[in-house]
Design a protein around this ligand. Structure first.
Ligand SMILES: NC(=O)c1ccc[n+]([C@@H]2O[C@H](COP(=O)([O-])OP(=O)(O)OC[C@H]3O[C@@H](n4cnc5c(N)ncnc54)[C@H](O)[C@@H]3O)[C@@H](O)[C@H]2O)c1
Length: 365
């Protein structure tokens, strides 16, 4: 095992999930949070996961106990001094993370690797808060981390290549499927998944279909298990609001849909009715718009070398349950059809057509 002793800071949704999956894969974990209550909650969630797996016969009771035995808790980062890898999963605020990294420096072995699970911040910026930015990278697990196999492994501007390769190996050794990613807002997956959800809200705002109709068309044209509104409700619209806002630096196409912008950070859900019907012409319009909102950012990512077509498709399939992964679907549709679908995006928002359009047909080869 590349890293056998791992520290996780933040015992919330993600930190506890990452601890759970690592404990199951034979890694010793120290889970740190600010209060003993938070640590105990994180550990209890892991125990519940293992106990349930044992009840379902997915592992023996002894294995469940052994997995849990690999996890310990602490409220002081000093407890992490023996760790080979530290994964930070605390609140998504740059200053809070920087303050933590500053405090952590004194407790690190020179060879310790530090990773952030940030979704929205630049890995290269956070790297400046640790003493040695060459030993810093992003390990972006997906929720629920205990079972979602995808991890985006993000190379910061100064990340050492050898260490980066070790982090990819570590993910494979711990039963994850790593996606090698450049440090770019939205990384490989949220870069297209969030705009696809945003486009669904634009369609609703423009009165082009109901939530149920848009969800049905998405299931039909992208082969998704659940449509964008159902998923947005599960993730919470305010999380989509933050995620889409984070993509703003990529340009005009990435601006927020009106409803998301207006409701901002408030707690609400989209109402999804029973009636998913719609006429063929409306369905076609919706399908084209949802595909365009997915294809355009994927083609841009390919131009920018954010991730490979194979990895983007793997992430779409495994992390998001897209039945038809974007590059595979574009290859299937062919260059002329993809140009027809994507052109309204470039015309409406004033973006250049991505060069990778010329490779459609053989994106995956
Ligand atoms: N929730 C998701 O779906 C998801 C997915 C991928 C990545 N992320 C990212 O993972 C990180 C954590 O998100 P989350 O959803 O688990 O948050 P969360 O609110 O569930 O948990 C955060 C935990 O960090 C603790 N914490 C805060 N400051 C701390 C500090 N200085 N030291 C130690 N512990 C501290 C909090 O007490 C809390 O228990 C964020 O950067 C987020 O963007 C979240």
């Amino acid at each position: 095992m590349t890293f056998s002793q791992v520290g996780i800071i933040g015992a919330g949704t993600m930190g506890s999930g990452i601890a759970t999956t690592l404990g199951q894969q034979g890694v010793s974990v120290v889970l740190v949070d600010t209060t003993q209550d938070a640590v105990d909650r994180g550990l209890a969630a892991a125990k519940k996961f293992y106990d349930r797996a044992a009840e379902k016969g997915k592992m023996s009771g002894d294995d469940a106990a052994a997995c849990f035995g690999r996890l310990t808790g602490a409220t002081d980062v000093a407890a992490l001094s023996g760790c080979d890898l530290i994964v930070e999963a605390i609140f998504e605020e740059q200053s809070v993370k920087e303050e933590l990294f500053g405090r952590l420096n004194a407790h690190l072995k020179p060879e310790t690797v530090v990773a952030t699970n940030t979704s929205a911040l630049r890995v290269s910026d956070l790297a400046e808060a640790v003493d040695d930015p060459t030993r810093f990278l992003g390990l972006h697990y997906f929720n629920p981390a205990a079972i979602n196999p995808i991890v985006e492994v993000v190379k910061g501007e100064k990340t050492d290549q050898g260490l980066y390769d070790k982090a990819l190996d570590f993910c494979r050794q711990t039963a994850k499927k790593p996606i090698a990613c450049k440090d770019s807002f939205g990384f490989a997956i949220n870069r297209f998944f969030v705009p696809y959800g945003n486009e669904a809200v634009r369609l609703l705002d423009e009165g082009l279909g109901s939530t149920a109709q848009i969800d049905r068309v998405a299931r039909e044209c992208m082969g998704v298990a659940a449509g964008p509104f159902l998923v947005t409700n599960l993730v919470k619209p305010k999380i989509m609001f933050h995620a889409q806002r984070n993509l703003g630096p990529h340009g005009a196409f990435y601006t927020l849909a009106n409803t998301l912008a207006e409701k901002g950070d408030s707690d609400y859900e989209f109402e999804i009715g029973e009636d998913a019907s719609g006429d063929a012409e409306a369905d076609k319009k919706i399908a084209d718009r949802l595909m365009a909102a997915t294809f355009f950012p994927v083609l841009q990512e390919l131009d920018e070398g954010v991730a490979s077509a194979a990895d983007i498709d793997m992430g779409a399939g495994l992390a998001l349950r897209f039945g038809k992964a974007p590059c595979e679907l574009m290859d299937e549709l062919g260059q002329d059809e993809v140009r027809r679908i994507v052109s309204p995006v470039t015309e409406t928002y004033g973006h250049a057509m991505p060069d990778s359009l010329s490779k459609v047909g053989s994106l995956r080869s």
